[in-house]
Design a protein around this ligand. Sequence first.
Ligand SMILES: Cc1cc2nc3c(=O)[nH]c(=O)nc-3n(C[C@H](O)[C@H](O)[C@H](O)COP(=O)(O)OP(=O)(O)OC[C@H]3O[C@@H](n4cnc5c(N)ncnc54)[C@H](O)[C@@H]3O)c2cc1C
Length: 340
Amino acid sequence: MLQEIKDITIIGGGPAGLFALFYAGMREVSAQIVDALPEAGGQLTALYPEKYIFDVAGIPQVLAKDLVRSLVEQASRFQQPIHLTQRVVGLEQDGKEFVLVTDRDRFPTRSIIIAAGIGAFSPRRLPQRCAEPWYGRGIYDVVTDPEQFRDRRVLIIGGGDTAFDWGTQLLSRASRVTLVHRSDRFRAHGATVAEFQAAVNAGRAELYTFHELHDISCRNGGDRFSHVVLRDIKAKSTRELEVDVVLPMLGFVSNMGAIGEWGLTIQNDEIHVNSQMETGRPGIYAAGDVTTYPGKLKLIATGFGEAATAVNQAVHWIYPEKKIAPGHSSNMGLFGQKDD
Ligand SMILES: Cc1cc2nc3c(=O)[nH]c(=O)nc-3n(C[C@H](O)[C@H](O)[C@H](O)COP(=O)(O)OP(=O)(O)OC[C@H]3O[C@@H](n4cnc5c(N)ncnc54)[C@H](O)[C@@H]3O)c2cc1C
């Protein structure tokens, strides 16, 4: 489907992209976000919705999911669209106008801000073929609402931060939490591992190292599994567990995909930009984790500043009569304020 032309199309609805969407509205240009994921928020929503963030200026402490909610609310003031489950797969250019092509639609646009973070990412799937039919019916590789696992017997597979974070956070909700990992070395933060280990010692959780998923079965004839078989990879023995939910937390596979073919200077999946957030291709800017330059810090706070710079530059590039400097929001008639 051919969408309506916008001044700015932002690839990515993480914190940098969401703030860019608000900022474009404040600069009174039309804009939209296109994101591959089913929910806005980028890494905050997909990787750590229940973790607190402490280093966003002016907010002493905020849950990642709540920061996303606030960013979406701030951007929604200007009623610009966020198109989800749309992975950008191509770019066409006719004169000064672009068309961003996704796997579903075509988005004509006068400029582009790439806020694609670590690229379009998807959870790494369990390699065992027995798992495949149960995805979405008991196997979930992204947790958006931990309440859905209240009073369930949960098996988490993995040894990294996400596995142990969910392991500890589900202790108070799930009826049983079991964590399975192929080795006894964990990539997770030591404090979280210690917290989970303490729960194991207290009989509130189970931890199986040197184990992997061997089989999944349904004994009650329903459309959900009831048992998993774990294999001890050292002893070569198996054990059976009653389980309602399996959460594979095996990390994410991400890639820049089509963006890597647009003639931008890209190294290690990062786009080189100058201090104006220009990518070197006129009309295409970048902001957030996807960018690199001397002194770059991959932080939410930096992404916000880069998003503002990218939008202001794009606005001036499309409409040279509009200044780069935005003025102060505290003086803007747009917000019902008086210029003083
Ligand atoms: C566990 C963890 C904890 C963290 N804690 C903090 C913290 O405390 N403080 C802090 O400042 N930072 C923290 N970070 C880092 C922070 O999350 C990132 O710096 C931030 O998310 C970058 O925002 P972004 O908008 O640039 O990119 P992202 O959040 O990565 O969002 C990019 C978006 O672009 C989309 N996208 C990519 N390619 C395409 C495509 N081809 N088509 C369509 N959509 C696409 C993706 O789907 C994604 O939604 C943490 C990161 C992790 C993993």
